[in-house]
Design a protein around this ligand. Structure first.
Ligand SMILES: [Zn+2]
Length: 442
């Protein structure tokens, strides 16, 4: 063929990983993270989950945050308008777009598989996983609590990157088989890819991305998987979970600052090894770095909270002088006498001490004002059977986690309301008690 082509493919070969990566290689995934605030509605009934449910796999709920849609579109556009035209100049636009969309969906599926691997190993170690959320920056497997041992932590964390790397290697090998000439793929990748079928093209794009996803997440900074592996090792050596978390969280923050620094350099047109260059890619790294920095700090705080709340029953932290309302109270009276001029936002609906439901100002949004006078709160409340309720002897830490889904939570003893748990109250208790119980700086 001609020399130009040969030259550019040699150059291409050196830069191939960067080109493959586009802007997506820096994809994080975190376990047991505070859920992203994106699209989280004002917390109400348990039935309103953010995002949309994709399904349920061996007891784990798979949820896609709405921000995931943005990523699918971004990857599809990047493939259809930049990567595929270079790889397959002869392909008609419809084929490019079809392949781009399919590849983007397979990328999301491989992230889901990564998270599912975490979830299944966690389950093996008796760590309940409530659900997996896929969102803008990657995936989160929500563990209900921290692992009990360094061994559980280690295996739960490392299985995700291992699976990503395995998916990547298998994809590249299958793609190579389909192309039929592994040697040419290695020596002249651009030339080989130009003759690849749509399926082989997808596999050859997906493979390196998954390998890099695995490697990126093995960076030893909490809350990335590698940070968890580091924490497991430190925990095993020092036998001190708090110290291990502090160190892993610190390295996570350092890494996050590096990412943000790289991002700035890339936005200024410099090239950074592994991440490449470009304004958009740089901006993406800054966002990821910012997210990871917050996450690393939050993870350590979460552990502090956990230790302060250890073995504290909900009874000690709940609000017991609760303003409740009778079921036959009209909505107009509710607004006039309760909602206005009161710092309690939700009101338990109670008859003879028994909890019937809970009413929140949001519940009357759909009710036309002319019906306020003749509608009782029992008609608009969230009924008790659809509410999360807890018992006074339940764990305060569990309550804090549940409060992310619904705030406040009625506390009920034999179906009688004895108090409500509110996030604000718990945080106030925490601020007061963490000051008293840890006189030495951490
Ligand atoms: Zn992971």
């Amino acid at each position: 063929m001609n020399g130009d082509r040969g030259n550019s493919s040699r150059c291409e070969r050196k830069r191939a990983p960067l080109r493959y990566a586009g802007t997506t290689v820096a994809y994080v995934d975190c376990m047991n993270m505070p859920a992203p605030d994106i699209s989280r509605s004002p917390t109400r009934a348990a039935s309103t989950l953010p995002g949309f449910r994709l399904g349920r796999i061996s007891g784990v709920e798979l949820v896609a945050d709405f921000s995931l849609l943005f990523i699918v579109i971004l990857i599809a556009f990047n493939l259809a308008l930049a990567v595929l035209p270079a790889w397959h100049p002869g392909w008609p636009p419809a084929l490019r777009w079809g392949v781009a969309l399919l590849a983007a969906l397979m990328f999301i599926a491989s992230i889901a598989a990564h998270e599912l691997a975490h979830a299944l190993v966690a389950k093996h170690y008796k760590l309940p996983v409530r659900r997996i959320t896929l969102f803008l920056f990657g995936g989160i497997a929500h563990l209900e609590r921290e692992p009990d041992s360094p061994r559980a932590e280690f295996w739960t964390a490392i299985v995700g990157p291992l699976l990503s790397i395995a998916i990547g290697v298998v994809s590249v090998m299958l793609g190579g088989l389909l192309v039929g000439d592994m040697a040419r793929l290695e020596n002249e990748p651009m030339n080989a890819i130009q003759h690849a079928s749509p399926l082989a093209t997808i596999l050859l794009w997906l493979g390196p991305i998954n390998v890099m996803l695995g490697l990126f997440n093995m960076v030893p900074g909490f809350p990335l998987d590698g940070g968890r592996v580091l924490r497991a090792a430190l925990w095993w050596i020092t036998k001190d979970l708090r110290k291990a978390t502090r160190i892993a969280s610190f390295t996570g923050q350092v890494f996050a600052w590096f990412l943000m620094g790289f991002g700035v350099l890339m936005m200024l047109g410099r090239s950074v090894p592994f991440f490449g260059t470009g304004f958009a890619a740089g901006l993406w790294l800054i966002l990821i770095g910012w997210f990871l920095n917050n996450a690393a700090r939050a993870s350590y705080q979460q552990l502090m909270i956990r230790q302060t709340f250890a073995d504290v029953p909900l009874r000690d932290v709940m609000r017991s002088n609760v303003i409740s309302v009778p079921p036959n109270l009209t909505v107009s009276d509710l607004v006039r006498d309760y909602i206005v001029g009161n710092d309690q936002r939700s009101f338990p609906v109670v008859q003879d001490g028994v909890l019937l439901g809970q009413v929140h100002p949001d519940d009357l949004r759909d009710l036309p004002r002319i019906h306020w006078n003749d509608t009782p709160v029992s008609r608009i409340m969230v009924p008790a059977n659809r509410l999360r309720v807890m018992k006074p002897e339940d764990d305060a830490m569990d309550a804090l986690q549940e409060l992310a889904e619904q705030d406040p939570i009625p506390v009920v003893d034999h179906s009688h309301l004895v108090g409500i748990a509110r996030r604000d109250d718990l945080m106030r208790w925490l601020a007061w008690n963490s000051q008293r119980t840890s006189p030495r700086p951490a």
